[in-house]
Design a protein around this ligand. Sequence first.
Ligand SMILES: [Zn+2]
Length: 292
Amino acid sequence: MINLEFALRVVVLLGIVGLISFMYWSIGNRTLRFFRLKAPRMWMALFSILLGALTMFLLLTVWVYHGFGYQPDIYRVGNRISNKVALTFDDGPSEEFTLPILDILKELDVPATFFMVGKHVEKYPHVAQRIVEDGHSIGNHTQNHRNLPTLSTRELQKEVMEAAAIILETTGVYPAFVRPPRGMYDDRFRRLATLLGQEIVLWSVSTRDWRYGVTATYIERLVDSQVRGGDIILFHDSGSLVKCEGGDRKATVSSLANVITILRAKGLEIVPLDELLHTAPAETFPQVDRPE
Ligand SMILES: [Zn+2]
C-alpha cells in the first residue's frame, strides 16, 4: 500500500543518499591520494554508500522524532520549576487494562490523560465514556496508529480527523491534545494539529512499559530514578510493539499504585495535563515603578 507521495519521498531520499555517498567517496579518495595510499575501488565505493545510508538514517531519525529548529507548538515537558507532573496513557482504551487503571486512579484520587486510538474507542465506547465520567482528560492518538510521516497528506488528515470525530461522538468531548503514534511527526501534522485546535503533547519520561517482558519493579525504578518536576510521564493501556492492540500491560497496571506513591513521596503533585502545560510560573512579579 505504498502511495505516490511516499514513493516520491523515497526517491528523493535515495538521491540524497547518493549525493552524500559521493561526497564521502571523493573525500576518501583525496585523503588516500594525500597520504599516497591505495584502496580497492570496489571497497571504497561500498564503504561510501554504507556511510551515506547511515548519515541519512541518523538525519531521518532526528527529523521524525525531534524535528529541526525551535518548535514552540510541541510540548515535551511542563514547567521544570514547578513540582507538578502529569500521567498519560497511550493506545487505549481496552477493557482488560484501562478499567483496572481507572479503578486505581479513582481510589488514589489521581487525574490522568488518555491518548486514545479511534478504532479502540469504536470497539470499547463504554470504556472511553468512563474515562470522561471519571474526570480524566482525553487526547487524540489517531484512528489506526500508523506512522504519520509515511502517509500521504490525505491519509494523514483522515487518521487525525476521523479519530477526533469518533472521540467527540462517543464521549461528547473534543480532544484538546493530540499525540502522534510512536512520537513520529512532520510539518504537515503540526499544521493540521494547529488548525484543529489540538495541542501536540509528547513526553519527557517513558516508562517503556511497551517492552516485551517488562516488570512492575522495572517501571517503578525507572520512574523513581528519572522523574522531576514538570515531567509528562508516558504509560500504555493497550497496544503492542508491532500491532496496535493485543499487548500485555499487566506490569503497567500492577506498578501504577506504587508509581503514584513514589511521585507523592518526592513531593510531586500529579495534575491534569492542562494544568501542567498552561499554568504560568507562580513567582510574584517584581515591583516596578509605574508612571502615573
Ligand atoms: Zn501509541
